[in-house]
Write a protein that binds this ligand. Structure first.
Ligand code: HEM
Length: 202
């Protein structure tokens, strides 16, 4: 008869390369912090550009730029985490939907970097270098040049709109999975532990 030693209550199961049932806590935290930051920055961006020149407008522009730099930094961490940690497997769905989901996620990652980097370039070209939280000056990676600033400006806007449109597609797909397909997709990205996760100690 084979005897297996019971796991102590604080013992961790051995490291496994198996596909996890849900995202890691770090991936979940990064997902929701970034989602909030991106939605707030988009709202701030729309609001502040409609203001006439005032100290309030300058303050909001600075907050918008600082949020953009935080988004850039967190996105780099998120990408690093994603490349080193296996995501859960796709739930059953038609191949075209899985391809569309992967393409959307990939494009979202591209835009996480493109939108703030183009904003940074615009700020530098316009002659307003970024000083993060008023204490950390960032280098300019393009020269101060009014014509260049005018050329870059629409790209920041259109890329931000593209990001917003993709987020809407992404949220719509997540809600479809949750409420129409009822495949539990949202719980893989939701904070807290699902029953399955408690059992497998993820
Ligand atoms: C600005 C808002 C958001 C952005 C930028 C965003 C971005 C992303 C990205 C890039 C991924 C892929 C994660 C990876 O595999 O590395 C992801 C996954 C996911 N997101 Fe979002 N997200 C946002 C908001 C939301 C919202 C509001 C919901 C819920 C309604 C949601 C539900 C999910 C779910 C369920 C997954 C996991 C999909 C899977 O398991 O295949 N997201 N999100």
């Amino acid at each position: 008869m084979r005897h297996t030693a019971p796991l102590a209550s604080n013992a961790r199961p051995p490291m496994t390369t198996a596909t996890p049932a849900r995202y890691t806590r770090t991936a979940i935290a990064l997902h929701w912090v970034l989602a909030l930051a991106i939605i707030c920055s988009f709202g701030f961006g729309l609001y502040m550009t409609g203001l006439s020149f005032s100290p309030q407008r300058v303050k909001l522009y600075n907050w918008h730029k600082w949020a953009g730099i935080c988004i850039l930094t967190l996105s780099a961490l998120r990408l690093l985490w994603r490349l080193t940690h296996k995501p859960p497997a796709d739930p059953p769905m038609p191949a075209w939907q899985a391809r569309a989901a992967h393409a959307t996620h990939g494009l979202l990652y591209v835009l996480f970097f493109a939108v703030p980097l183009v904003g940074w370039a615009y700020s530098s070209a316009a002659g307003f270098p970024i000083v993060v939280f008023g204490v950390l000056p960032l280098p300019d990676f393009v020269p101060v040049d009014k014509a260049l600033a005018d050329a870059i400006k629409p790209f920041h806007k259109y890329l931000a709109y593209a990001l917003a449109a993709l987020v809407l597609v992404h949220v719509g797909a997540a809600l479809k999975h949750q409420f129409l397909d009822r495949d539990g997709l949202l719980s893989r990205m939701w904070p807290g532990r699902t029953r399955a996760a408690r059992i497998t100690r993820i």
